[in-house]
Every structure is written in C-alpha cells, then in structure tokens.
Design a protein around this ligand. Structure first.
Ligand SMILES: *[C@@H]1O[C@H](CO)[C@@H](O)[C@H](O)[C@H]1NC(C)=O
Ligand SMILES: *[C@@H]1O[C@H](CO)[C@@H](O)[C@H](O)[C@H]1NC(C)=O
Ligand SMILES: *[C@@H]1O[C@H](CO)[C@@H](O)[C@H](O)[C@H]1NC(C)=O
Ligand SMILES: *[C@@H]1O[C@H](CO)[C@@H](O)[C@H](O)[C@H]1NC(C)=O
Ligand SMILES: *[C@@H]1O[C@H](CO)[C@@H](O)[C@H](O)[C@H]1NC(C)=O
Ligand SMILES: *[C@@H]1O[C@H](CO)[C@@H](O)[C@H](O)[C@H]1NC(C)=O
Ligand SMILES: *[C@@H]1O[C@H](CO)[C@@H](O)[C@H](O)[C@H]1NC(C)=O
Length: 300
C-alpha cells in the first residue's frame, strides 16, 4: 500500500506530461501546416483603436451572413480602421459565414494590439488596417504553400500548370463577366485532373488584379514548381491548384481537353516532317533504282 500512492501519482504525472507534449506537438504542427495563417504589422495600437477594432469586427460578423465579400471603415482620423473580408467564391453563404466567424475568433489573439493584420483560413481571409487599402494592390507578405508529394512527370506538369494559370489569369483579370473569379479543370492523367482556381479582391482594377496574379504565379514557380499542388495567399488575390477535385463543383464541371503544350505541337510537326522526308527518300531511292535498271537494260 505504501508504494501505490507515489506510483499512481507518477503515472498521473506521466499522463499529464504526455498530454502536454502531444498538445505542444499539435500546436507546432498547426503553426506550420494548417490554417489560420497570419501576417501582422507589429505596430501597437492604442485603446481607442482597440475599441474601434471590436466594433468593426462586429460589423463584419453581421455582414458575413449576407455576403461573401465586404469592406467598411469606422472611427475618426488617427483611430480610423478599415476592414474587409473575402470568401472563396465557390463557398456557400453559410460556409462563408462560418469561415469568417473562425477568422474573427482568432485575429485579435494572433495579432494582439496590432494596427494592421490579416488572417487566412482555409476558404476565406479577414483583414484590417489603420490605412485605407480599398482599391490598392498589396502583395507584401504573400505566402506560398505547396503540396510536396512526388510527381511522375514534372516537366509536363509544369508546362500544363503554366498554360492553365496563364489562361486563367487572363480570364479573371480582363473578362468582366468572371467577376474576378474563375476555376479550371484540365485532364492531366487518366485519374488525376489538374484543378486550378484564381480570385482577386473585386475592388482592384483589372490591371492590378493581373499584376497580383502574375506575382503569385512567380512566387509559386520560384518556390514550388515541381510540387503537385501549390497555393499563394496574398492580401489582394488568391491562387491554388491541385491534382484532384478540391473545390466545390470541380466534380460536376466537365474537363477541358488537355492543354496542348508548345513542345507537343513541335513534336507533332517534327514527326510529320520526318515522315514526309522518309517517304520522299524511299520514293527517290526506288525511282533512281528503276531509272538505273532501265538505263542498263537500254544500253545492253
Ligand atoms: C512581427 O513579429 C513576429 C514575432 O515577433 C515576427 O515573426 C514577424 O516577422 C514580425 N512581422 C513584421 C511585419 O515585422
Ligand atoms: C453591415 O455593416 C454595416 C456597417 O458597415 C452595418 O451598418 C450593417 O448593418 C451591416 N449589415 C448587416 C446585414 O448586418
Ligand atoms: C498607421 O500606423 C502606422 C504605424 O503606427 C503609422 O506609421 C501610419 O502613419 C499610420 N497610418 C495612418 C493613415 O494613420
Ligand atoms: C510560363 O509562361 C510564361 C508566359 O507565357 C513564360 O514567360 C514562362 O517562361 C513559362 N514558364 C515555364 C516554366 O514554362
Ligand atoms: C468570359 O467569361 C464568360 C463566363 O465565365 C465566358 O462564358 C466567356 O466565354 C468568356 N469570354 C471570353 C472572351 O473568354
Ligand atoms: C512574391 O513575389 C514578390 C514580388 O516579386 C516578392 O516581393 C515576394 O517576396 C514574393 N513572396 C514569396 C513568398 O515568394
Ligand atoms: C470529388 O470526387 C472525389 C472522388 O469521388 C472525392 O474524393 C472528392 O472529395 C470530391 N470533391 C469535392 C470537392 O466534392
């Protein structure tokens, strides 16, 4: 009996330790790989600013039940705050509201007493600042994330991704009927479609939207072009592609035919030219053989 108490105490301590360590590991994991992702300015705000921040976040919370994109401001002069949220367009209003609620929950903890901050959840982003950002392109703090799983045919994949994203960026920025949002599904292998999505904050001009998407494409190709999936979180736009149907509706839309890469077209031309050349060669050899034969027969 004398030994049981300490040993069970030890067991309990051990259990606590395990619990504590596994929580630490969870936290570390959450920070590295899972949303929310954040960018904070580290400029501390006064208490009036903090009050206004709480007010404006409550506005956003109530608007999130009716719209997937909203911006507003509140307060005077030095304590003025501008805020905005944006959901990925394929989300339902209800899921958008939930996503924004989650972001509102964490933004003041992730960036405590900040004058400027942004939080990205899986399908939405929430942002505030003491400076007006409406209509301003902002690519500072862009984050590029990737899915590092191996690819079977990286060279071909990079070409298809490049052509798909180029085309998508053009549509999102300059085709006004897309409302600065578009997805594309392209056959890549028999089992794995390439599914890409781009979206700009709709207060941007078409040129700024295009610039944002081009910078995001450069970000992804400088870090992760050989990865099978990638995304860029930016204040002004969003880019993501994966080798599976990851967004709502990707399974319903029919696939575009595979993007014919330039090298593919070149290969086809080379094959045609070689075939024609070989045929001409055969005809030529046969012709000269027949000619020589006829000449020899004629002489004899
Ligand atoms: C803000 O501070 C955090 C931690 O102190 C740091 O990791 C981050 O880079 C800082 N951000 C800026 C914009 O200075
Ligand atoms: C949206 O926010 C504004 C403040 O910008 C507020 O006046 C309005 O009531 C909110 N709308 C809804 C539906 O809650
Ligand atoms: C926003 O806050 C930063 C840091 O305190 C300051 O440098 C900047 O001038 C402020 N901007 C406005 C418009 O008040
Ligand atoms: C992707 O396309 C752009 C524009 O068409 C081109 O400049 C770039 O070299 C291409 N990159 C790759 C890796 O093919
Ligand atoms: C513009 O977008 C609409 C809707 O997404 C599409 O139907 C149309 O073909 C596009 N126009 C051009 C010129 O690509
Ligand atoms: C993205 O590109 C911009 C512009 O070239 C650059 O300033 C920024 O550091 C890049 N960010 C990442 C995460 O690669
Ligand atoms: C699309 O279909 C696949 C296979 O049936 C499924 O695993 C995936 O979750 C679906 N994607 C979406 C966004 O519903």
């Amino acid at each position: 009996m004398a030994y049981r108490l300490p040993s069970s105490e030890k067991t309990i301590q051990l259990l606590w330790l395990c619990f504590f360590i596994s929580n630490l590991l969870d936290l570390a994991h959450a920070d590295a790989d899972n949303p929310p992702y954040k960018a904070c300015s580290n400029n501390s705000a006064n208490s009036q600013f903090q009050n206004n921040l709480e007010i404006i976040l409550s506005y956003l919370r109530s608007n999130a039940s009716v719209s997937k994109h909203y911006n507003t401001f509140t307060g005077n002069d030095l304590d003025r705050i501008y805020a905005q949220y944006m959901c990925l367009n394929y989300e339902t209003n209800d899921n958008c509201r939930k996503c924004i609620a989650a972001a509102l929950e964490v933004i003041m903890q992730l960036c405590p007493e900040d004058k400027e901050a942004i939080v990205w959840e899986e399908t939405c982003q929430l942002r505030y600042s003491n400076q007006s950002f409406l209509g301003h392109l902002d690519v500072s703090g862009n984050m590029a994330l990737d899915n590092k799983e191996d690819l079977e045919n990286p060279a071909q994949f990079i070409l298809v991704v490049n052509e798909t994203l180029n085309d998508l960026a053009r549509q999102v920025a300059f085709n006004s009927s897309t409302n600065m949002y578009a997805t594309r599904k392209v056959a890549f292998t028999n089992t794995e479609p390439l599914c890409a999505l781009m979206q700009c904050s709709t207060d941007l001009s078409p040129d700024d939207c295009n610039t944002c998407l081009r910078i995001a494409m450069a970000n992804i190709s400088s870090c992760c072009s050989a990865s099978r999936g990638g995304r860029v979180l930016s204040r002004s736009c969003y880019l993501r592609y994966e080798l599976y149907a990851w967004y709502e509706g990707a399974n319903e839309t029919s696939e575009s035919p595979p993007v014919p890469g330039k090298s593919n077209r070149r290969t086809i031309w080379i094959i045609i030219i070689l075939t024609v050349a070989a045929a001409l060669l055969v005809v030529g050899i046969l012709g000269s053989l027949i000619y020589c034969h006829a000449m020899r027969n004629g002489k004899e």
